[in-house]
Design a protein around this ligand. Structure first.
Ligand code: FES
Length: 431
């Protein structure tokens, strides 16, 4: 009988599961690999934890996760940012269960140990029973290494890792371009949608630079917009491109005219923003300012994927949190202009809801596709996931590798970084 499914003989090395043009299905389905990914990727590299606007004041904090480990991102009295393990040093309870807020300290609800904003252990109820066997200096909340770039806060468990600016490399210039959505005002996170889908985290990671799916999966969205917008989003065969930026990062430029939001401000204002422009004029904004704000409201014409857990995607941050091999939580954080015109920020929020919201015309369809990939991956466990689209036309660029907009270059970039990190024995990483 003919064997319908090509059987591959794999040894135990995960790096064999990633080839130049494909990855093995077990990357979506193997629970042991998932645990290994937490150790070798999420607990070894820089992980995005917050945007600076989420913790604006002294004492502002948000709670989140790095891999499966709960952490608190907090700004102390001197405005320094700390990322602390959310785990009491007494018997392990989390010291903060709120998603965000403002505080002077973190007090463990179990026996009342209290910690300062920098994590130091400040007080212990009824200390007399410890006599001299408790040194508070030995038991702070564990503090991670933290670095920031243009408002993006990253943390790592790995003291030996390269500086954040080196890790980001050429991706920095894309972060700078993305932040032009402030239109001269500081960029501010103004809320987020959270949802989970029953699929592996890498399925979502792939999607951010996948132009190929857009006309099909997003038919509902495309049927809900005006002719001009429809034309704008008809980019699969357009002049855009995907670029591998190194270290697993990549960018997909869908609309080259909207890469630099401050360039060519004299181009006509799209019909869908004419009412906004008029309102801004009525509020007394100069014409150049009106054009700058309107352009920013529409969002950047590219998606930037920062390996492994955050994307700057057109007009929002998409953050992914691995829950299990077949479950992932997504946060879609909308960004607005801090102190900018209320009417412009309202437009941003409505645009965000239109595509990314729970009742939106975009994300629910994406989520359905991701779920189907996970479901299908349970069939034919020895098969491979193909990632060879655009490989033939891929060329070296100043920053890495470049190909047409619907190429799977961004996915290949992420998987090559995965391969590199997973090939290193856990004890040697960061040395
Ligand atoms: Fe936190 Fe006991 S577990 S004070």
């Amino acid at each position: 009988m003919t064997n319908l499914i090509e059987t591959v003989l794999l040894d135990t090395c995960p790096s064999d599961l990633v080839q130049a043009d494909r990855v093995h299905t077990s990357l979506y389905t193997d629970a042991k690999l998932f645990d290994e990914e937490l150790d070798k990727i999420f607990y070894k590299t820089w992980i995005w934890v917050a945007h600076a606007s989420e913790i604006p004041d002294n004492g502002s904090y948000k709670s989140t996760y790095i891999g499966k480990q709960p952490v608190i991102v907090v700004r102390d009295r001197k405005k320094d940012v700390h990322v602390l393990l959310n785990r009491c040093r007494h018997r392990g309870a989390t010291v903060c269960e709120h998603k965000k807020g403002k505080t002077n300290s973190f007090v463990c609800p179990y026996h009342g140990w209290s910690y300062a904003l920098d994590g130091s252990l400040r007080g212990v109820p009824h200390p007399e029973s410890y006599a001299d066997c408790l040194d508070k200096g030995d038991l702070p909340l564990v503090s991670l290494r933290v670095e920031q770039y243009n408002g993006m806060i990253f943390a790592t468990f790995n003291d030996q890792i390269e500086p954040l600016v080196d890790f980001l490399g050429p991706a920095r210039k894309w972060i700078d371009l993305f932040m032009k959505q402030g239109a001269g005002y500081p960029v501010k996170v103004s809320g987020e949608h959270r949802f989970r889908f029953p699929g592996n985290w890498k399925i979502q990671l792939e999607n951010t630079t996948d132009a190929y799916h857009f006309p099909l999966v997003h038919k509902s969205f495309l049927s809900s917009v005006d002719e001009q917008t429809l034309e704008l989003f008809d980019f699969v065969q357009g002049p855009g491109y995907v670029e591998d930026l190194g270290n697993g990062h990549s960018v997909m430029v869908m609309i080259p005219d909207l890469v630099d939001l401050e360039a060519n401000l004299d181009l006509p204002i799209p019909e869908r923003f004419e009412a906004l422009a008029q309102e801004l004029r009525n509020e007394g904004h100069e014409e150049l300012e009106v054009r700058r704000i309107v352009r920013a409201v529409g969002g950047s014409g590219f998606n930037l994927n920062l390996f492994p857990n955050v994307a700057c995607s057109m007009a929002f941050f998409r953050v992914l949190q691995p829950i299990a091999v077949d479950e992932t939580e997504i946060h879609h954080a909308v960004i607005t202009m801090d102190g900018g015109p209320a009417v412009a920020n309202r437009y941003r929020l409505r645009l965000h809801e239109h595509f990314q919201g729970p009742m939106g015309f975009g994300t629910p369809d994406d989520s359905e596709a991701w779920e189907r990939v996970q479901k299908g991956a349970n069939a034919g466990k020895d098969l491979w996931i193909m990632l060879n689209r655009g490989l033939a036309g891929e060329k070296p660029s100043d920053d890495g590798l470049i190909s047409d907009v619907s190429a799977e270059t961004g996915m290949r970039a992420g998987y090559q970084q995965w391969k590199k990190m997973m090939a290193v024995p856990a004890a040697k990483q960061g040395e």
